[in-house]
Design a protein around this ligand. Structure first.
Ligand code: URA
Length: 234
């Protein structure tokens, strides 16, 4: 005589179900398959994977001469993302972008439009300090721009601010001049997604050329106007 297991008529045997170690969640309600907004956990996981990928770069003169990787600072869930050039001496020591003199000026520029830097997301084109703070070379900008594009795709900012010609060149190429391109909204497309982008002067340049601060101020006011128009919460 065959003795029937009492679970035989279940959709799945409970013991078998438990052995999969998967959290099955059977609900009577329909699932919203369109609600695929990335979670913070998902963003952090992808950022960590990108960080590891950059840290594992080989044959890189920047990495070979730097103390450590300088990846990012701030809130990875922010609608605002800033891209600078590359770490300087202090950033190389501390491991965070924009913590030296240029960083101090950046903080002041942001607070002039009521932004606390902790509430935005900050990174650089190259993530290792170039020797003697030289500008990254075109092949380096090119190589790291792959990582930068991935970084932007993970953060998905509503407003992207490119500070200085290196950030501009990494994403828009080297045939254009920052003095002509700054201050106007541009569209940057990465993986079929369009990012509203503003090119503006780098704070380190403003420390050397104080007479250019008036243009920078005009750009900041434009950014503030857009934040208000889009009702972004920062
Ligand atoms: N300049 C940059 O572009 N990035 C930094 O992190 C510091 C100085």
């Amino acid at each position: 005589m065959i003795v029937k297991d009492k679970n035989q008529n279940d959709i799945m045997d409970q013991k078998l179900l438990n052995s999969f170690e998967i959290d099955y969640n059977f609900k009577n309600k329909p699932i919203n398959r369109f609600n695929n907004k990335p979670t913070i956990e998902n963003i952090n996981e992808r950022l960590n994977a990108l960080k590891t990928k950059i840290n594992n770069i080989t044959n890189c003169n920047l990495k070979n001469n730097a103390k450590q990787l300088v990846f990012s600072d701030g809130n990875s869930n922010s609608p605002i993302m800033i891209v600078g050039e590359g770490p300087g001496q202090k950033e190389d020591e501390i491991g965070k972008p924009f913590v030296g003199d240029a960083g101090q000026l950046l903080n002041k520029m942001l607070s002039a439009i009521n932004i606390n830097r902790e509430n935005i997301y900050i990174t650089n084109v190259v993530n290792f300090r170039p020797p003697n703070n030289r500008k990254p070379e075109p092949n380096e900008i090119n190589r790291y721009s792959e990582f930068l594009r991935e970084h932007i795709s993970i953060i998905e900012p509503k407003i992207l601010i490119l500070m200085g010609s290196t950030a501009m060149e990494a994403l828009f190429g080297s045939k254009i001049k920052i003095s002509k391109e700054r201050g106007a909204w541009k569209e940057l497309i990465i993986n079929n997604k369009t990012y509203l982008t503003m090119i503006t002067f780098h704070p380190a340049y403003l420390l050397r050329q104080a007479d250019q601060k008036k243009y920078s101020w005009a750009d900041l006011k434009e950014i503030k106007k857009k934040i208000d128009a889009l009702k972004l919460k920062i």
